[in-house]
Design a protein around this ligand. Structure first.
Ligand code: NAD
Ligand SMILES: O=C(O)C(=O)C[C@@H](O)[C@H](O)[C@H](O)COP(=O)(O)O
Ligand code: ZN
Length: 362
């Protein structure tokens, strides 16, 4: 069964298709969007051997001369040095403005390949084919591309929409369980803001098996939620900031943990910690953080980490993109299904984490 979701930002509308086993017929789906052209598949060292060679052979046989560019797996690839290697290789292969890039992998590949596509020759076409749950529910949609700086996550990047997103939930079968669970962190972020049916659906997810089974439904719900937000506010001048729920603390703890936490795990910590803070302020109803904790812990996601409250954590908080005049724009829940914005002085956030840090273990 195919599900189609439209994303209609001003700069460049496109379609997201969720098709079980869709990757097996990548060339057919590509041919509906792109005329014949040279293609470079950007992938990483884990996803490449599993899926890129076959995709490359099928595309080449269908009249799209295709090459594969493999980057090291992991967050460290979102760097200047890796970006430089990628664009140099595109140039060495004479990729032209009328050619295209396919980002085949998790969020790291999607963010880096999307960024490279947005700057190489001042922009060439890109299609996102996400293979991790996190990339399928979040990073492949919406056009945020980025690399990291030592001071913070995603501090250099662009808004650059893809021509098409193909999501094949069948590839999740090769994803290790910890990575399946981290994708659920971003799903819960959307579900708790959407409330009603989407939030209720997550009550049934009590294991990785249940998560895998419900993946097509959860991907569809998450992408639909995100598509509506991105359509309304492509460049994050207002409501797109909602998609950053849990991310101020999440990004800071991810940086401070120096590679120990995956992004979705850091988001899980951010979601829980911020919900507690706003409960304490009596802006979020009591009991919300307990409900959230149950859903996160059902999949083994963390609620806290030793990196919270460390000097590296405070340093990273000070580089948050939503910091203006020493105020952090945070998102909180008036209740489940009702997100809102709150300006919290940076100093108050620092004090909170110094004195109110809850449990440090999972
Ligand atoms: N642009 C956005 O809107 C956005 C949204 C959310 C997250 N992000 C970014 O995404 C990144 C995290 O993405 P991620 O969690 O996918 O990490 P990732 O890209 O590092 O992938 C995680 C691991 O899973 C492996 N993998 C991916 N698909 C696989 C499959 N089907 N089978 C086996 N292994 C597979 C990868 O090789 C990697 O080792 C972070 O950098 C985060 O900042 C961006
Ligand atoms: O698409 C968005 O907008 C998001 O904020 C989605 C987030 O889940 C994602 O982690 C994003 O990369 C964060 O962007 P940043 O601008 O806060 O770095
Ligand atoms: Zn995120």
């Amino acid at each position: 069964m195919t599900q189609t979701i439209k994303v209609e930002p001003r700069s460049h509308p496109y379609t997201v298709k969720i098709i079980f086993q869709g990757l097996r017929h990548l060339e057919t789906h590509i041919s509906r969007v792109w005329s014949k052209r040279q293609i470079v598949i950007i992938t990483d060292e884990h996803v490449g051997p599993l899926y890129a060679q076959q995709a490359c052979a099928h595309l080449s046989a269908a009249g799209y001369p295709t090459k594969v560019l493999t980057i090291p797996a992991g967050e460290q690839s979102k760097s200047w040095s890796q970006l430089e290697k990628v664009v140099n290789q595109l140039a060495a292969w004479h990729l032209s403005r009328t050619d295209g890039i396919i980002a085949l992998g998790g969020g790291v590949v999607g963010d880096l390949a999307g960024f490279a596509a947005s700057i190489y020759l001042r922009g060439i076409a890109v299609i996102q084919v996400p293979t991790s749950l996190l990339a399928q529910v979040d990073s492949s949609v919406g056009g945020k591309t980025a690399i990291d700086l030592p001071t913070g996550k995603n501090l250099v990047g662009t808004f650059y929409q893809p021509d098409f997103v193909l999501i094949d939930p069948a590839v999740l079968q090769t994803l290790p369980q910890r990575l399946l669970a981290e994708g659920y962190g971003e799903i819960l972020k959307c579900a708790i803001m959407a409330g009603s049916d989407f939030w209720n659906l997550t009550a049934h997810i009590q294991s990785c098996t249940a998560l895998l089974q419900a993946a097509p439904q959860l991907i569809s719900a998450s992408v639909s939620f995100k598509a509506a937000v991105v359509t309304a506010d492509e460049t994050e001048t207002q409501q797109r900031q909602l998609l950053n729920l849990g991310h101020t603390v999440g990004h800071a703890v991810e940086i401070a943990a120096a590679g120990r936490l995956f992004h979705g795990e850091a988001v899980a910590i951010g979601l829980y910690q911020l919900t507690r803070l706003f409960e304490k302020k009596q802006l979020t109803p009591n009991g919300t953080s307990t409900l959230l904790a149950q859903r996160l812990q059902a999949l083994g996601l963390p609620l806290a980490d030793p990196a919270l409250g460390t000097p590296a954590f405070y340093q990273a908080l000070q580089h948050d993109k939503k910091l203006k005049q020493q105020q952090l724009t945070l998102i909180y829940l008036k209740k489940i299904g009702h997100p809102a914005f709150y300006e919290l002085p940076l100093a108050e956030a620092m004090t909170w984490f110094k004195h109110e840090l809850p449990q440090r273990s999972h």
